[in-house]
Design a protein around this ligand. Structure first.
Ligand SMILES: NC(=O)c1ccc[n+]([C@@H]2O[C@H](COP(=O)([O-])OP(=O)(O)OC[C@H]3O[C@@H](n4cnc5c(N)ncnc54)[C@H](OP(=O)(O)O)[C@@H]3O)[C@@H](O)[C@H]2O)c1
Length: 284
C-alpha cells in the first residue's frame, strides 16, 4: 500500500479530466465495463464523443444495465455488449473471434476487468484464479486483439492504443516477495505459497512485466501503436506506469537487476502457457 501521506496527497490531487480529448469516429472497447473503473472509463469515452463503444462484460445483464445507464447520461447510442469470462481461455478466444469478425476497426482497447482474491481458488483451466483473470487471460486477449489494432487507421492521424489497468502496487514490491528461481508464474500458481498480501502485488507485477516485454518486442513505432499505459499517451509511456498525470520513475524493485531478469523470464512463462491453449504463430 502507498503511505498515508501519498494517499492523502493523491486524494487532493485527482488526475485532470481529459476533456480536451475527442474520441469522435473512434471505436472503443472496455473490459470490466459494467462496474468500477471500467464503467466510469466507458462513460467518459461516451461523454468524449466515442462513436462506438464495446462493453466487454462477464454478465450480459450487468452489461445491458451499464449500456442503458451510459445512453441515459450521454449522446452515445452505438453501444454493443459482448460477454467474456476471463476465467477461461475458451471464452477469451471466443470473445476475440467475435470482435475480430464483427468490428471493422478498433481504435482503443482498455482492459479493466480484474479481481483481487483472498483465498486460493482454481480457474476451470487449472490456474489460480487471479493469475488466470488478471494475467494469463488478459495477456491472451491482448495478443488476439493486437492485429486488429495494428490494422486500424485513425482518420485524425492518431495511433490506436491498448492499455491494461495495473496498480501502484508494482512500484512498492518488496524484494523478499520475489521468487529466487525467476519462476514468477509458477510461484503464483503454487497453492502452498498463497499469501493474500503478496499475491495481489505479484499478480500486478506479472501483468506489468507482460506489457513491458511485449512493448519491447515491437519496433518503437509498432509498440507505440499498440501498447501504451494510457490511451492518449505516446510511445514515451510504453511499459510504464501512468499515475496522477505523470510517468513516475520505476520504484526501487522495478529499477533493480532482479526485475530486469525476472521481466523477460515471466513473459516467457506466460507465453509457454498461452501456446498450450492457442496458436500464437505470427503474433510475436
Ligand atoms: N479501484 C481502485 O482503486 C484500483 C486501484 C488500482 C488498480 N485497480 C485495478 O483496476 C482494475 C479494476 O478495478 P475496479 O476497482 O474497477 O474493480 P471492480 O469494481 O471490482 O470491477 C471489476 C470488473 O472486472 C470484472 N471481472 C471480474 N472477474 C471477471 C472475469 N472472470 N471475467 C470478466 N470480467 C471480470 C467485473 O465483472 P463483474 O461485475 O461481473 O464481477 C467488473 O466489471 C483491477 O485490475 C484492479 O486491480 C483498481
Amino acid at each position: 500500500m502507498s503511505s498515508m501521506k501519498e494517499q492523502f496527497w493523491a486524494a487532493r490531487h485527482p488526475p485532470k479530466n481529459p476533456s480536451h480529448l475527442s474520441f469522435n469516429n473512434k471505436v472503443i472497447l472496455v473490459s470490466g465495463a459494467n462496474d468500477g473503473l471500467g464503467f466510469q472509463a466507458a462513460l467518459k469515452y461516451a461523454q468524449l464523443g466515442a462513436s462506438t463503444l464495446i462493453l466487454g462484460v462477464r454478465s450480459k445483464e450487468k452489461g445491458e444495465a451499464a449500456k442503458v445507464s451510459i445512453i441515459q447520461q450521454t449522446q452515445c447510442s452505438n453501444i454493443t455488449v459482448m460477454t467474456v469470462d476471463l476465467s477461461t481461455f475458451a471464452s477469451v478466444k471466443d470473445f476475440a473471434r467475435r470482435v475480430n469478425e464483427e468490428v471493422p476497426q478498433l481504435h482503443v482497447v482498455l482492459l479493466c476487468a480484474g479481481i483481487m482474491t483472498s483465498k486460493y481458488e482454481k480457474s476451470p483451466d487449472g490456474f489460480e484464479m487471479a493469475l488466470q483473470v488478471n494475467v494469463l487471460s488478459t495477456a491472451l486477449m491482448v495478443l488476439l486483439l493486437l492485429p486488429k489494432l495494428q490494422k486500424t487507421v485513425c482518420s485524425d492521424g492518431s495511433i490506436p492504443h491498448l492499455c491494461i489497468v495495473n496498480s501502484l502496487a508494482t512500484q512498492e514490491i518488496k524484494p523478499e516477495l520475489i521468487p529466487t528461481d525467476n519462476m514468477l508464474i509458477q510461484r503464483l500458481n503454487d497453492a502452498s505459497k498463497f499469501d493474500f498480501y503478496a499475491h495481489y502485488y505479484l499478480v500486478k507485477l506479472a501483468a506489468r512485466f507482460f506489457v513491458q516485454e511485449l512493448a519491447t518486442q515491437k519496433s518503437a513505432e509498432e509498440g507505440s501503436r499498440t501498447l501504451v499505459s494510457a490511451t492518449a499517451l505516446g510511445s514515451e509511456s510504453n511499459g510504464k506506469l501512468w499515475l496522477n498525470d505523470e510517468l513516475p520513475p520505476p520504484g526501487p524493485f522495478m529499477a533493480s537487476q532482479c526485475a530486469a531478469d525476472l521481466s523477460p523470464a515471466t513473459f516467457q512463462e506466460i507465453l509457454t502457457i498461452l501456446r498450450q491453449h492457442c496458436d500464437l504463430e505470427g503474433m510475436l
